[in-house]
Design a protein around this ligand. Sequence first.
Ligand code: MG
Length: 352
Amino acid sequence: MNAKTTNNTVRHELEQRERSLLAPFAAFSADSRGRKLPEVECNYRMSYQHDRDRIIHSKTFRRLKYKTQVFLAPSGDHYRTRLTHTLEVAQIARTIAKALHLNEDLTEAIALGHDLGHTPFGHAGEAVLNRLHPGGFNHFQQSLRVVDILEKEGRGLNLSFEVRDGIIKHSKGKGEILSPAPEHTACTLEGRIVRLADIIAYVNHDLDDAIRAQTINAEQIPKGCRQILGDSHTRRINTMVTDIIDKSRKEPGSLKISTEVIEAMTELRSFLFANVYESPAVYGDFVKASRLLKEIYTYFQEHPQELKEKHYPGYLDNYSFTDNLRDFIASMTDRYAFSLYEKLFLPHPWNI
Ligand code: MG
């Protein structure tokens, strides 16, 4: 559906180069199923490269800096945020894609866009909106809504089909790691790599942050996980990434991981749920954050006119009030939510 232009462009040269360098089962930029709204493609960049740039230049991408990964608005400089998580996912995914001769540009675009729909306060915010918003809420559908509609004052980024497909299908919750249900299986190997890279990134960095936060100590990590994956952050990531590369290269065209590594990853993830995500220290803050967002949500239900008039410049008249309220809450950073709560509910010191 792309409005293709002349064949004498830098983009055309790059597309030819992709044909000679990438594996036959890679997603070739020139073969993309295209964009929803046909447009003249850039003369200098291939479609997925262009999509990656659009995501990086978006306002939603910049806000990831102030959104929680696990630990709420941490004052320590070394904790992950949703932005550094996203960069770690992109890095891991590109390493795997490159080693398998797949499309790095597509892989990177999906990775950079995958969490754009995340609420403030991580999964606490997601759970609140899911309870309150009619029709429910999840961050991966919201990520797609951001790139399709919300960015650029309601026009969206008009990304390629394969990037959008990878974004909507990246999520897994506590589900099966390697063989997701068909509705969560991306149509490209690049999209499936991002899903794996997301898990590899978060189990490793959440573990690292939890040790930093003294929520757990390294000796508590199950012995089997330490034996199979290694006893440091670097070794664990290295084991997972190299295992995927080595196993997948033996069966070209597929994405493989050895049984013992996938089992150790699954055990590590369960350990994190039990000892970090659902631990009283982390969960206690999640409860408070949930209450805060719920009060903000309820306030605007009671004062609907204020949302558009005073607080949400991105309000889109062609969507319902509740859709706008969901989009507003989901778009907030942690610190924006804190300051809005203060503005709405706390008295201000009289300073005259
Ligand atoms: Mg993620």
